[in-house]
Design a binder for this molecule. Structure first.
Ligand SMILES: Nc1ncnc2c1ncn2[C@@H]1O[C@H](COP(=O)(O)OP(=O)(O)OP(=O)(O)O)[C@@H](O)[C@H]1O
Length: 247
């Protein structure tokens, strides 16, 4: 790769009491690139996100963003450096409206109260929650909560956004607008995306490149068509449930 990578994960390893959740994982991601992360349950996908975003300190290896070493830094510092993740099961602050929940996430950006409100409202509208902006976040249906989680991360204006199964729990008709929004983030904002996803149709559509993890190791990496036709990937992951490719 000629251009310098924005995000560089090098030799990342993490064990839990002897279980190698992540072993010697290397990944370089260019600015504006979209990388899908797949693999069977327990492959280490979430652990990789946690190591990158500072929720876990890796036992080995380094994580750098734009040449800056962020290995083992706090999630807060990493977020300020421009890298944030979404959580699968987000719990909004119950007594707050949708826009207030988003404001809370953006607060560290040192804006005036008025500017913070406008910024948060714009993000809420961008993710399609405009009509819900002033309702309690707890009134949102699942699809709405997923959008709110996305909005909370977007409010931080990430350079690198890590998405943990943002499509899980959505019916196909609800997935489309989310996929469109993710593609738009790259097109309009140049946001770099890493996304863990089990829905292969989405992985195929969105990814420039796919990383396959298996038992904590990189099993394969390459263009979506390349990776999904790799016999080792079919064996370790896709083969179990061929229907995944179309689902
Ligand atoms: N905090 C922890 N303590 C102990 N073991 C853990 C911890 N977090 C993860 N593990 C183990 O590490 C391995 C990798 O888990 P991880 O959650 O990263 O996999 P995953 O690929 O995200 O799986 P899934 O698709 O099921 O979410 C699993 O065996 C898991 O049980």
């Amino acid at each position: 790769m000629a251009a310098m990578s924005l995000l560089r994960i090098s030799g990342a390893g993490k064990s839990f009491r002897g279980l190698h959740a992540l072993s010697d994982v290397d990944l370089e991601v260019g600015e504006g690139e979209i990388v899908g992360i797949i693999g069977p349950n327990g492959a280490g996908k979430t652990t990789l996100f946690n190591v990158v975003c500072g929720a876990l300190k890796p036992d080995t290896g380094t994580v750098t963003l734009d040449g800056r070493d962020l290995t083992g830094a706090s999630p807060d510092r990493i977020a300020r450096a421009g890298m944030v993740r979404t959580f699968q099961l987000m719990r909004p602050f119950t007594s707050m409206t949708v826009v207030q929940n988003v404001s809370l996430a953006a607060q560290h950006r040192r804006m005036s109260a008025k500017r913070l409100y406008e910024h948060s409202l714009a993000v809420v509208e961008r993710v399609g929650l405009g009509p819900w902006a002033h309702r309690l976040a707890t009134e949102l249906p699942t699809a709405g909560l997923k959008r709110l989680e996305l909005a909370r991360t977007l409010a931080m204006r990430p350079r690198v956004l890590l998405l943990d199964e943002v499509l899980a729990g959505l019916v196909p008709a609800e997935r489309e607008p989310v996929l469109d929004l993710l593609a738009e983030l790259r097109e309009q904002d140049g946001t770099t995306l890493l996304f863990i996803e089990h829905i292969m149709a989405a992985v195929m559509r969105l990814s420039d490149r796919v990383l396959v993890l298996d038992q904590g190791r990189v099993l394969a990496t390459g263009a979506p068509e390349e990776v999904t036709s790799d016999p080792r990937v079919i064996d370790a992951y896709l083969g179990e449930e061929p229907a995944r490719v179309d689902s």
